[in-house]
Design a protein around this ligand. Structure first.
Ligand code: BEZ
Ligand code: FE
Length: 306
């Protein structure tokens, strides 16, 4: 056996030599990706300094915890949604609220309320008061009582609690359990868009790619109910500059809501509103779950860890 290799021989040794079976699926995916990278280095004549600059960037990206920003910004999160939509179409699983990416900023275990709550942490003088309300329904139009609507959004500076040390634990994060008629409602404010942290490894790549790192204003939801398929989605606020130019490619046409400014206070006093406010009415429609696993209220990382 020789220890002098051509590129092809090296690739074969890297992907084929082993002392145990390992995991066949991991081996197959790794072999494909390593092979693609070998070819890219060859065809693009990637220089050692370029290669090591990439490794340095990846190391800093990992340390910064921004892997989930990069997957979204490079389109992978939306790709997975497109593929899930295609799989659903092939399986005849139509109907229901469109899915939209979870993003990397979800935190499990937000405070739980029944039917209605304030999601904001007190008045936000420079933001518009928002009340969002509606029902959780199944695809037959029946209300789903006891569903959990897990909602989270950015603060007035576009930052998310937990990742932003200046915010309280679970700020702008709540879970709301629907009532017997499947209803939920909450008060908060219309959040601004999100922007990737300046000076971060993510921003560095986006600068080099000549891309911006802005998301339009949006509010996230995980909606879970027994027997129903977990729904991960977002609503978008109309009129945002980046609505059709989301750095995470996550806007869905069916999820841009209508705003009803000037909604009178009457009937909303329990949410503490004292002046006409902006209302959004939105029903979440859940598909039936085909397996128990599909209805588990697990975010993406908890799902792979479970
Ligand atoms: C967000 O939803 O805010 C988000 C999504 C992907 C990357 C970064 C942020
Ligand atoms: Fe977000």
């Amino acid at each position: 056996m020789t220890n002098e290799f051509t590129t092809a021989q090296l690739l074969e040794r890297v992907t084929e030599s082993r002392i145990a079976d390992g995991d066949a699926r991991v081996r197959r995916i790794a072999a494909r990706i390593i092979g693609d990278l070998f070819r890219a280095i060859d065809e693009l004549d990637v220089q050692p300094d370029e290669f090591w600059a990439g490794v340095d960037w990846l190391t800093r990206l990992g340390a910064s915890g921004q892997g989930g920003l990069i997957t979204a910004g490079l389109g992978f999160d939306r790709l997975l949604d497109i593929r899930a939509d295609e799989a659903d179409r092939r399986a005849g699983r139509e109907g229901g609220t469109p899915r939209a990416i979870e993003g990397p900023l979800y935190v499990a275990g937000a405070p739980l309320a029944k039917y209605e709550t304030r999601v904001d942490e007190g008045d936000t003088p420079h933001a518009e008061v928002l009340v969002m309300e509606g029902r959780v329904l199944d695809t037959e139009g029946r209300p789903v009582s006891g569903a959990i609507v897990d909602v989270w959004h950015a603060n007035e500076h576009g930052r998310y609690s937990h990742f932003d040390p200046e915010q309280a634990e679970y700020a702008l994060r709540r879970r709301i359990q629907t009532d017997a008629q499947g209803r939920y409602r909450f008060r908060s404010f219309i959040p601004p868009g999100y922007a990737i942290p300046p000076g971060s490894p993510t921003a560095e790549l986006f600068e080099a790619l000549g891309r911006h790192g802005h998301r339009p204003a949006h509010i996230h939801f995980l909606v879970a109910a027994s027997g129903q398929r977990l729904l991960t989605t977002q609503i978008n606020i109309p009129g945002d500059t980046f609505l059709d130019d989301d750095f995470a490619f996550a806007t869905r046409d069916g999820l841009v809501v209508s705003l009803e400014p000037g909604t009178p206070v009457s009937g909303y006093e329990s949410l503490g509103v004292t002046r006409p406010f902006t209302r959004v009415r939105f029903d979440f429609v859940l598909q039936p779950a085909l397996t128990e696993d599909e209805s588990k209220p697990l975010a993406r990382m908890a799902r792979v860890a479970s």
